[in-house]
Design a protein around this ligand. Structure first.
Ligand code: MTE
Length: 309
């Protein structure tokens, strides 16, 4: 295949991100994977993932791929921002299966490759706001979690959804320390989990997920703090009661179940009013529900968001 690129990019400047942008502007289709192979770039070695653009795209500038893949929180691989990129190569993402169980009529275990094919993959550009006060803008690839949940037919008792990440200290060296109660567990109310914005995520920047970003499958919930978006998940449980998440267990005063991005409700140790977009110098104002209020505010009508933080 002949790979074209925009004239204004010098070959020396070509990174997977530049290729990605070039593709978005100049090419439709799947040239990205081939371009990555031609360049032999390690980050581009992940398989290209075909995805159609979705209407869920913010117009903010994208965070450079190198920041998306080198500044991470993934405590299973260490607590420093550069630990996941350095250590996550020990994660084996095949074979991999995900159990969907609990209050459902049709519990099922999916092999990761069949899970990826269950619905057409979409590319969505979401803001991700970390509770620590930084944010990124990332082109994720996946499909709405609702598509999967509908397949297993939740019962009337399914009020919440729990996400369970892999527990394997052999592959995840950070689990040899008990900074959190492993496995990493997160949760959503059923209507939050069924909201079309909640993304079952397999890729970013046109590629399958790098290990440090939660390969081979993670959740992304763009209106909540980043820790709600569990990585490398092996089980999705539909349950009657609100699940106890790893962060609530570690520090209930600081991390509530809802954890909606909210500039008016401070973390006990710092303000949440502003954020630093990775790659930018000046801080910007944090938006209510991370800017997704039009879509999600109705989920919380009548709730005191100070109490249900
Ligand atoms: N999932 C697991 N299993 N373990 C983690 O430590 N960290 C969370 C979330 N998901 C975490 C996790 C936090 S605090 C954030 S901000 C996001 O992942 C970061 O996602 P990213 O590294 O892809 O930006």
């Amino acid at each position: 295949m002949l790979i074209k690129r925009p004239d204004d990019i010098a070959p020396s400047e070509i990174t997977p991100e530049a290729i990605y942008r070039a593709r978005r502007h100049f090419m439709q289709g799947a040239a990205l994977g081939a371009a990555g192979l031609l360049l032999g770039n390690a980050e581009a070695e992940a398989a290209a993932l075909a995805a159609r653009p979705s209407p869920y795209r913010v117009s903010d500038d994208l965070t450079p791929l190198k920041d998306v893949t080198s500044y991470n929180n993934f405590y299973e691989f260490g607590v420093n921002k550069d630990d996941p990129a350095a250590n996550a190569h020990t994660l084996r993402t095949r074979p991999w299966s995900v159990r969907i169980e609990g209050e459902v009529l049709k519990p099922r275990t999916f092999d990761i490759d069949s899970l990826m094919k269950l619905a057409p993959q979409e590319e969505r550009i979401y803001r991700l706001r970390c509770v620590e006060g930084w944010s990124m803008v990332i082109p994720w690839i996946g499909y709405s979690l609702a598509t999967l949940l509908k397949q297993v037919e939740p019962t009337g008792n399914a009020k919440f959804v729990e996400f369970v990440s892999l527990k394997d200290p052999q592959q995840m060296p950070g689990q040899r320390d008990d900074v959190l109660d492993w496995p990493y567990r997160e949760g959503l109310r059923i209507d939050e989990a069924m909201h079309p914005l909640t993304l079952l995520t397999f890729g970013l920047y046109g590629q399958t997920l790098p290990n440090q970003n939660g390969a081979p499958v993670r959740i992304v919930v763009p209106w909540k703090y980043g820790f709600k978006s569990a990585k490398s998940i092996v089980a999705i449980r539909l349950v009657k009661e609100q699940p106890l998440t790893s962060w609530m267990q570690a520090s209930p005063r600081e991390y509530g179940f809802y954890s909606n991005v909210n500039p008016t409700v401070d973390h006990p140790r710092w303000s949440q009013a502003k954020e630093r977009r990775i790659g930018e110098f000046f801080k910007r104002d944090t938006l209510m529900f991370n800017g997704y209020g039009e879509q999600v505010a109705k989920l919380y009508t009548g709730m005191d968001l100070r109490k249900y933080f």
